[in-house]
Design a binder for this molecule. Structure first.
Ligand SMILES: NC(=O)c1ccc[n+]([C@@H]2O[C@H](COP(=O)([O-])OP(=O)(O)OC[C@H]3O[C@@H](n4cnc5c(N)ncnc54)[C@H](O)[C@@H]3O)[C@@H](O)[C@H]2O)c1
Length: 445
């Protein structure tokens, strides 16, 4: 019996009964068996990363490229043929992927409004999942994605690749061993370049694009090229400015031993630089209260003299960036010293009194390590480094900040056990999004 049939007939069919799933699954997929992948969302991120996953692991193949845009799938098929030497098939509808019993795991790299539904459908059809960040468009979606991974016993690895960074794990161990003293303040920067965003007019749907399926769970609207190419500016498709800073928020949680939700968030945001015609702000400043320490984030698109860690330093474990103008650094302030932490490689360095360097650890951008960890997790049925439970908690920090901004730059108190805002109906309405028929993220997983 093939693994998919086995899953469908036993684990999904008897949800809730403890089956000793890990041992059973191991017996179905040996350490050297081929793992068959499908890409869902053949854009700028999905294509190079799935190719890299196949090159970095043995016996991993792509059977299908699924994209609602024929031009994108054709380009992906030809790129895969060039890099891996074979041609996958192209499909338009992800349901065809979920119905294919040859496919073991899906690589979801659509815009963010599809992440939850695609992950849940994949888990329900017995597929393992790699899902790009930000996992879920709202707090309720993140919770359901984590619940789906657990209920259907699928491996779900989120695209928070820094969780597989050896240098970040070393920094976590340094902090957790007390060498930085008591950590009291953490400052996250995501100060990126940008220009004025000008909205486009609605127009005819281009040939070869299935716009209704692109929208999927999002509200029905006319085709708009500005949205197709700049979906990250609109809350129906993406958590906005902070989507990118979600990596530093995730690293911060990892460094601090993966705490639960914060007690409160104060968020400020504005379109105060270019006065762009987009929904998400150009600048955001946020403070989270984690009881024993605070985390602040300064994020935006108007500091054109800042840059992320340059490519040559990213992949060189012996070099460190110029921290002052490093656009996506984290600063961790303890009672004994402060640590600079690079997000896109760049390692970490610790300074004490008199600007004395106390310790450092080099490191590279860990995309490849994350891809290796995903495949290992599929083979040995162990939780991946960026499990959905942790990814949900990290992504929630992004949603908290957006809700604070969208409810008028306020401070919000949160009940982390119940996952609701305290005495705040307006904020609680934004814990969820609404869906169109046929694209409903189920209330109960
Ligand atoms: N982990 C990281 O460091 C990192 C870096 C960049 C982007 N990302 C994330 O990766 C995701 C993709 O980003 P991108 O820059 O590649 O975007 P993109 O717009 O280039 O690609 C998205 C692709 O998804 C396709 N798509 C949309 N709806 C679909 C559907 N229903 N079925 C199949 N395909 C569909 C689009 O046609 C497009 O080709 C985003 O969630 C983004 O946040 C993560």
């Amino acid at each position: 019996m093939r693994r998919r049939e086995f899953l469908g007939k036993t684990i999904i069919g008897t949800a809730g009964i403890a089956l000793g799933g890990s041992a059973l699954l191991n017996s179905c997929k040996g350490a050297n068996d081929k793992i068959v992948l499908a890409l869902i969302g053949a854009g700028g991120r999905g294509v190079p990363t799935i190719i890299s996953c196949c090159s970095s692991n043995t016996n991993v193949e792509i059977k299908t490229v699924c994209d609602v845009n024929d031009e994108r799938s054709a380009a992906a098929v030809s790129e895969i043929e060039k890099k891996l030497g074979y041609k996958p098939q192209a499909k338009r509808y992800m349901k065809e992927v979920f119905d294919d019993s040859d496919i073991d795991a899906v690589w979801i790299a659509t815009p963010d409004h599809w992440h939850a539904l695609a992950t849940i459908w994949a888990c329900q059809s017995g597929k393992d999942v790699y899902v790009e960040k930000t996992p879920g468009l709202c707090i309720a979606e993140g919770r359901k994605m984590a619940d789906a991974a657990k209920k259907y016993r699928q491996i779900v690895q989120a695209g928070f690749q820094n969780r597989s960074g050896a240098y970040i794990a070393a920094a976590r161990d340094y902090i957790q061993s007390g060498k930085l003293g008591q950590v009291v303040h953490i400052r996250i920067f995501n100060l990126l370049t940008g220009t004025k965003w000008i909205a486009a007019a609605d127009s005819e749907i281009p040939a070869g694009l299935e716009w209704n399926e692109w929208l999927g769970p999002a509200p029905l609207r006319k085709f708009n090229a500005g949205i197709l190419n700049g979906w990250y500016n609109y809350y129906d498709y993406n958590p906005g400015t902070l989507n990118d800073a979600s990596h530093q928020l995730d690293i911060t949680r990892m460094l601090m031993g993966d705490p639960g939700h914060p007690r409160s968030v104060y968020g400020w945001g504005g379109k105060n630089i270019f006065h762009s015609e987009r929904e998400s702000p150009e600048s955001q400043s946020i403070t989270y209260d984690f009881d024993k320490f605070t985390v602040t984030v300064d994020s935006g698109n108007g500091t054109n003299y800042m840059s992320k860690t340059p490519q040559d330093i990213r992949m060189d474990p012996t070099r460190f960036p110029e921290w002052k103008t490093n656009a996506d650094r984290i600063e961790i302030y303890g009672t004994l010293g402060m640590m600079y932490m690079g997000r896109t490689g760049g390692g970490w360095q610790v300074y004490g009194p008199g600007e004395q360097k106390i310790a450092e650890g080099g490191g590279i951008h860990p995309d490849k390590e994350h891809q290796i960890n995903f495949i290992e997790s599929i083979r040995n049925r162990k939780q991946p480094n960026a499990s959905m439970e942790q990814a949900h908690l990290s992504a929630s920090l992004v949603h908290f900040a957006n809700i604070a901004y969208r409810t008028g730059n306020k401070q919000l108190l949160f009940d982390g056990q119940k996952e609701i805002f305290i005495d705040n109906d307006e904020a609680n309405k934004l814990l969820k999004v609404s869906y169109r028929d046929n694209y409903i993220v189920p209330e109960k997983i």
